[in-house]
Design a binder for this molecule. Structure first.
Ligand code: HEC
Length: 249
């Protein structure tokens, strides 16, 4: 199972715990006369909070570990996700300090609780939720080709397979700064992504099983098949250089 799948499943659990936290908080503070036993509810709310924190730490560990391992750049979506996740930590620590030390602020605890739940949803939507939706979408064929949004590539109809030494050298440099953490080019062994040895000599691409052509590889860089980060910020020449290099491995 990929780390993204594990994270998504854990984050669904986190959403579930947030809903319990919200429900118990509303029942404790919201009703004029209690419907349930308040002491019991408080106990559930506390245990729930501890479980939430534990799960939060595990998920954060997985994320940080992935970033350190792959040295990957955060794309805009992951940046939002990280900001939301850090906000949760801040709000959580504030809430604990209001409860345990700065009791004069007690009345604001419920606002902090609400914010934690909202940020948990935002954090889920920008990561686990998005990933799960993408998994469902995988079985459907994409309506627009990934290359259609790239005017520069569309105008020239297709990607040129360059074979000159300068392009190959430039492509190798780009590959070594952007791809090498996830892809071995001297074998077909999987690091994070598949090994790319002989990628353009094989008939099909290793994961998606699309036909192995410069266009499908360019497509993978602009709109990746599954978990790979997008490199749509690369210029057409840079993409062609990478492909020139991949043609030699
Ligand atoms: C953070 C890890 C990561 C980085 C960095 C990365 N890839 Fe990938 N790559 C993957 C994964 C995972 C897959 C498997 C398919 C998928 O998830 O899209 C993959 C698949 C591929 C494939 C095969 C696609 C298919 O259809 O089977 C190619 C080609 C590829 N990557 C090229 C590159 C190139 C070139 C770069 C650098 C510009 C790069 N990758 C950077 C993780 C990465």
């Amino acid at each position: 199972m990929s780390i993204f799948m594990v994270k998504s499943i854990l984050s669904i659990l986190l959403i579930f715990l947030s809903i319990i936290a919200l429900f118990t908080m509303f029942e404790i503070l919201g009703r004029p006369e209690g419907k349930y036993n308040i002491e019991e509810l408080k106990k559930i709310h506390r245990i729930n909070g501890k479980l939430y924190f534990l799960l939060y730490i595990i998920i954060s560990y997985l994320c940080i570990n992935f970033i350190v391992d792959t040295k990957s750049e955060l794309n805009p979506r992951s940046t939002f996700h990280t900001v939301f996740a850090f906000s949760i930590l801040m709000l959580f620590l504030l809430k604990i300090s209001y409860l345990k030390i700065y009791r004069q602020f007690y009345s604001q605890v419920k606002i902090l609780g609400l914010l934690i739940v909202i940020f948990t949803f935002l954090s889920f939507a920008t990561s686990g939720g998005y990933f799960l939706l993408k998994q469902i979408g995988l079985n459907k064929t994409s309506i627009t080709s990934p290359l259609e949004n790239r005017e520069d590539i569309k105008l020239s109809k297709n990607i040129t397979l360059k074979c000159d030494a300068k392009s190959i050298k430039k492509g190798r440099l780009i590959f070594e700064t952007k791809c090498i953490f996830c892809h071995d080019y001297s074998t077909e062994k999987i690091l994070v992504g598949p090994g790319l040895k002989g990628i353009l000599k094989n008939e099909f691409l290793p994961t998606s099983r699309k036909k192995a052509t410069p266009e499908t590889i360019a497509g993978q860089l602009i709109q990746p098949y599954k978990d790979m980060p997008s490199f749509s910020y690369l210029k057409k020449e840079e993409i062609e250089d990478i492909i020139a290099f991949l043609n030699t491995v």
